[in-house]
Write a protein that binds this ligand. Structure first.
Ligand SMILES: NC(=O)c1ccc[n+]([C@@H]2O[C@H](COP(=O)([O-])OP(=O)(O)OC[C@H]3O[C@@H](n4cnc5c(N)ncnc54)[C@H](OP(=O)(O)O)[C@@H]3O)[C@@H](O)[C@H]2O)c1
Length: 328
């Protein structure tokens, strides 16, 4: 097999950085699925890994890209057949395992999920880690008795990948969705996803109170820090806050009053969950989202060659929607 293109993360002087290069199949290692990668995407974590803003990769060199979508060329397991379309998200890709920024991949079949015939690999990449994480947050809130229907649910980092899918999925659950977004130029985008109202974080007043007026039945937080702290003080009794991300800060400074007087719940969201739950979630996602829904969130499509020009927008918080990477 000829050499092919991959975007790999290297380490130099304790800092990681990525670059495109030609590699051979030997560099992929061996696994039970040999895959022709068709699409990947950019997630906040991918931008951190590629730019060295955080040490995401734990071994070097490692192919970046936490989303991998493609077609099985050769299966050594009866779990998948040659020609089937698969998706892998997270699962250690770009941390300890080679990720999706490569024309070919060797994948452990335990990490792969079947994409139904009705969904193209392009649309599956549009969903990726972002859509899966949003669905997981809603699933965990539901287990914890969040009703959603006719409830006000607030979503922070709303124009991001996770935020956008959270809005779409909350609308399907008949919630009234309030977006927190710093982007005044994305009002039309957020409207198209179905938000009822938009709050700019700069309009949220710093308040020293231990509790504030209870406004939201629940919350999905992608940014952490002061906004997450404010959510703890403004969620209604017994409401859930799904804590997903740290785009603003990894800090959480709050007090126990919301917990002991209102019984609010802070639910940690980690995508390291058991396979059965993941399988059920993927089925739900593929079934609930229409092609039009997903197309709304795909705001850019680029190539492996152009990939490195897109990371900064994520680091500075200037991206909106999902950027998918057409690999082959
Ligand atoms: N727990 C998990 O398993 C898991 C899985 C996936 C993602 N995540 C985390 O979830 C977060 C969102 O991921 P994503 O892929 O949706 O990222 P993304 O597409 O880059 O979106 C992040 C959004 O957060 C807001 N934002 C960015 N930088 C900010 C800053 N400095 N201060 C305040 N707001 C900022 C922006 O939204 P607005 O301009 O609209 O405010 C931005 O669009 C990230 O922290 C990511 O690491 C966690």
């Amino acid at each position: 097999m000829k050499e092919f293109l991959a975007y790999r993360i290297f380490e130099s002087n304790g800092r990681s950085s990525g670059r495109l290069e030609k590699i051979s199949s030997v560099d992929l290692g061996i696994n039970d699925l040999f895959v022709k990668v068709e699409y990947s995407a950019i997630n906040y974590k991918d931008a951190l890994a590629a730019t060295g803003q955080a040490q995401i990769a734990k071994k070097f060199p490692l192919i970046g890209g936490i989303d991998l979508i493609g077609t099985v060329l050769e299966s050594k397991t009866d779990k998948f057949r040659d020609g089937e379309k698969i998706i892998v998200t997270g699962s250690g890709l770009s941390e300890t395992l080679n990720g999706g920024y490569s024309e070919y991949a060797q994948i452990d079949s335990d990490l792969a999920f079947l994409i139904p015939e009705s969904i193209s690999t392009r649309l599956a990449a549009g969903i990726g880690t972002a859509g899966f994480t949003a669905a997981l947050a809603i699933y965990k809130m539901k287990i914890n008795k969040q009703k959603f229907s006719n409830e006000k649910i607030i979503v922070t980092g709303a124009t991001g990948g996770v935020g956008s899918f959270a809005i779409l999925l909350l609308n399907k659950a008949l919630s009234e969705v309030i977006a927190v977004s710093s982007k005044n130029n994305c009002i039309n985008y957020l409207d198209s996803l179905g938000v009822k109202d938009i709050i700019n974080p700069s309009d949220i007043k710093d308040n020293e109170s231990l509790l504030e007026k209870a406004l939201w039945h629940g919350a999905i937080d992608n940014i952490g820090g002061d906004i997450l702290s404010w959510l703890t003080r403004t969620v209604r009794p017994h409401g859930n806050i799904a804590s997903i991300g740290l785009a603003s800060s990894h800090d959480l400074n709050t007090n126990v009053m919301p917990l002991i007087l209102r019984g609010i719940n802070i639910l940690g969201i980690s995508t390291n969950i058991n396979r059965k739950i993941s399988e059920d979630l993927w089925k739900d996602i593929f079934c609930n989202l229409t092609n039009d829904d997903i197309e709304k969130v795909i705001t850019r499509e680029t190539s492996l060659k152009d990939l490195s020009n897109h990371f900064d927008r994520y680091i500075t918080g200037n991206n909106y929607g999902r950027t998918i990477i057409k690999i082959s």
